[in-house]
Design a protein around this ligand. Structure first.
Ligand code: 3H9
Length: 695
């Protein structure tokens, strides 16, 4: 065995040289990795080996460029391009042996091997778009040469990790080898390549798949049109598309590469990629809890109980069934239970009818969810999640019962979205086992999970729930007990301001437009119409006290009744409503308010800055560990555009002095509800940012 450098070794299996890379955690293409690969391939070519296999140790093949190195200066080490050139021009066959994930620069390196073999569980993809980038090491030019233009467009703009069997069908992988037998399989493939005199395939030289798209600009036009909604606001998808256009239209590979490099540099220097790269690490940082180390033991979760078969309970249950974990749902009334289980089944069947699940998968998943009318069905579960209505007395009664019947060590969680979890825990003799698991609706779709730590919650309970969140595909963020926790507490500020602005002269559609243009999927009024204006509204108690009351009294209850703040046509397209406008004007007349022209800039600042100010209060009260955790909550739970990083990141970018000055201006004009958070004042005084803040 020859040690090339601390992360690469070269060994021999008969005629085949095996270059092994071991650079945890994900074998990213750091300077040291590039140097090791370059010198390793050089040494292999200089030896008497007849072929060379590139294989990685640890959890994965190369997962991409080392994102932590982005923005740094030149390192003097071999470049990715140097590594790729030495591979492509190798006089002996180069075989990439893939397990885990071959992503971004990792796949781009593998595309310079003459052949690729993979285990069935491997995944391959070019996910740069999620970082606001495009594949910058020839991926945009090589991928369409293998899989064709349409598939390349889809793969690069979605960033999807393609499973190895599908990659093999697409021609990205030449052979699937047995799981657990990658090294042997790759060496056998190499020996076969030598014995059969297989050609040294250079993807860059193969233009056949591109020819089919030449002279057909309509392919790109149709793709842009079909995805316009999905790409709205993002700059990277368009740059990815342009690179594939360049692959098709350029006279040479080098010309296409030049366009790729130009657009890559442009994206890398822009604000969106900076925000998206920040967000990538923010999401991973959220898993790190200072006083709950990564090696904290976790409790086994083999079976889950859910109390409440409503929309929330059913959605939560689906998460566990999807992950292969049995769930029992407990309800008090048989009708409610039957209805709840029926909704879950219908959800699965709808997914199956769109091709998202096989009939067998539907059967397995529904089979994992059982119902019961008895609380005693929860006696053997490892985790219970209570998802009944938001009433403290009911929740306390339930937790007292759970205390009596659940086995010792079972985790008792509540899905409350704002109630005091310390008070709920006080109904038990085991507050250390009580925690909040705040799912977002629809719970089987939304990725965010606010994990709420109460005063007595044990560290292993926190560790278990955070780890389990990842297992069921959620992004867990640890927050503290306060009204509305992190997300809803901040949202309330935005909602309040939206309502107030409406009674100062901005129409609901003006406010919605500004927030939509900022990048939210919809504004607050469109959202209310979608959710139903009558959620939480009681007809008998309604006294025309708010615009919403009047709308509901007129049976304008949102999309479902064809009218709410907006009027809707048969296809549910929204139109500004003269009726709503009239109601608002009546209201203003009654209170003596004079409509004034409200600028778009004011709408944005009035709705966003108080929300950021609330985030600052949350931070100083220690209800979130760090500013980036708040950003993860907003991107995943509230539609904050990821290309703006999150509210706290956004505030840092526009400058905290600006946010503070505006809050002071609002406070002077409209009162103390705009009082700046003392943390905001302090950070500005010290010339610091939210990112600098440490609890
Ligand atoms: C690119 O390649 C550009 C090129 O086209 C052009 C130039 C050549 N760099 O996610 P996990 C860290 S752009 C540095 O928890 P998992 C991560 O921060 C790149 N660090 O594990 C974490 O650190 P820590 C294109 C990275 O098993 C640890 O690894 N590639 C990188 O759930 C574990 O990560 C991508 O976008 C990186 N590239 O998922 C792939 N990747 O433990 C990005 C990870 O200190 N990566 N880390 O918190 C992923 O999607 C997932 O990490 C992966 C593993 C699926 C690989």
């Amino acid at each position: 065995m020859t040690e090339i450098n601390p992360v690469t070794t070269l060994t021999r299996e008969g005629d085949v040289a095996v270059l092994t890379l071991n650079s945890p955690p994900v074998n990213a293409l750091s300077a040291q990795v590039r140097e090791g690969l370059f010198n390793g391939f050089k040494a292999a070519a200089a030896s008497d080996a007849k072929a060379v296999v590139l294989i990685c140790e640890g959890r994965t093949f190369i997962a991409g460029a080392d994102i932590t190195e982005f923005g740094g200066g030149p390192t003097g080490a071999a470049s990715v391009d140097d590594v790729q050139k030495i591979m492509e021009s190798s006089p002996i066959p180069v075989i990439a042996a893939i397990h885990g994930t071959a992503l971004g620069g990792g796949l781009e390196v593998a595309l310079c091997a003459h052949y690729r073999v993979a285990v069935p569980s491997a995944r391959l993809g070019l996910p740069e778009v999620a970082l606001g980038l495009l594949p910058g090491a020839g991926g945009t030019q090589r991928l369409p040469r293998i899989v064709g233009v349409e598939t390349a467009l889809e793969m690069m703009t979605s960033g999807r990790h393609v499973p190895a069997p599908e990659a093999a069908r697409l021609g990205l992988v030449d052979e699937i080898v047995e799981e657990g037998g990658l090294r042997e399989g790759a060496v056998a493939f190499a020996n076969k390549a030598v014995a059969e005199g297989k050609p040294l395939v250079k993807v860059s030289a193969n233009n056949a798949r591109l020819e089919a798209a030449k002279g057909h600009p309509e392919i790109f036009a149709a793709f842009r049109k079909a995805n316009a909604r999905k790409f709205r606001g993002f700059v990277a998808p368009e740059s990815n598309i342009r690179c594939i256009e360049a692959a098709v239209n350029s006279a040479t590979f080098a010309e296409g590469m030049a366009e790729e490099h130009r657009l890559f540099r442009e994206l890398m220097a822009g604000p969106q990629s900076a925000a998206q790269r920040y967000y990538f690490f923010a999401e991973r940082q959220a898993n790190k809890i200072p006083d709950v180390p990564a090696d904290t033991p976790v409790r086994p979760i083999r079976k889950v109980g859910i109390i409440g078969a409503g929309t929330m309970g059913g959605g939560i249950a689906m998460n566990f069934a999807n992950a292969g974990i049995p769930v029992v749902i407990v309800e008090v009334q048989e009708v409610a239970l039957t209805r709840g289980l029926g909704v879950v089944r219908a959800n699965y069947e709808r997914t199956a009818s769109r091709g998202g699940l096989t009939a067998e998968q539907v059967a397995t998943r529904t089979g994992l969810i059982t119902g019961s009318l008895e609380m005693s069905a929860l006696a053997d579960v490892d985790l219970v999640i209570e998802a009944v209505f938001e009433r403290m007395d009911i929740k306390k009664e339930i937790f007292a019962k759970l205390d009596g019947l659940c086995r010792p060590g079972a985790i008792l969680a509540t899905n409350t979205s704002y109630l005091d979890i310390d008070e709920i825990a006080s109904a038990t003799k085991r507050p250390q086992d009580v925690i909040g698991m705040h799912f977002f609706s629809p719970a089987n779709v939304m990725k965010l999970l606010e994990v709420v730590r109460a005063d007595a919650t044990a560290k292993d309970v926190i560790a278990t729930v955070m780890k389990f969140a990842k297992q069921i595909g959620k992004i867990g963020v640890l927050v503290g007990v306060c009204n509305g926790f992190v997300g809803n507490r901040m949202l309330k500020q935005r909602q309040n301001e939206a309502q107030k602005l409406m009674l100062e002269g901005a129409m609901p559609w003006d406010i919605d437009r500004v927030l939509f243009d900022f990048g939210f999927p919809m504004g607050p009024f469109a959202m209310s119409d979608l959710a139903g204006l009558d959620v939480g509204w009681v007809k008998e108690n309604s006294k025309s006290a708010t615009v919403r009351d009047v709308l509901c009294e007129m049976d304008r209850r949102g999309q479902k009744t064809g009218a709410g703040f907006y009027d809707y046509d048969a296809e549910r397209n929204a139109k500004p409503s003269p009726v709503t406008e009239g109601i608002i004007k009546d209201f203003m007349a009654r209170t003596g308010a004079k409509p004034r022209a409200v600028s778009d800039a004011e709408i944005l600042e009035r709705t966003i800055f108080p929300l950021i100010n609330e985030g600052a209060k949350i931070l100083e009260e220690g209800k979130a560990i760090r500013a980036s955790d708040i950003d993860v909550v907003w991107v995943n739970g509230y539609g904050w555009p990821v290309y703006r990083g999150g509210p706290m990141y956004y505030a840092d970018q526009i400058g905290l002095p600006k946010v503070l000055a505006k809050m002071q201006e609002f406070q002077a004009a409209m009162g103390d509800e705009f009082k700046p958070a003392s943390l905001l004042e302090r950070l500005v005084a010290e010339g610091k940012t939210f990112a600098d803040f440490k609890v």
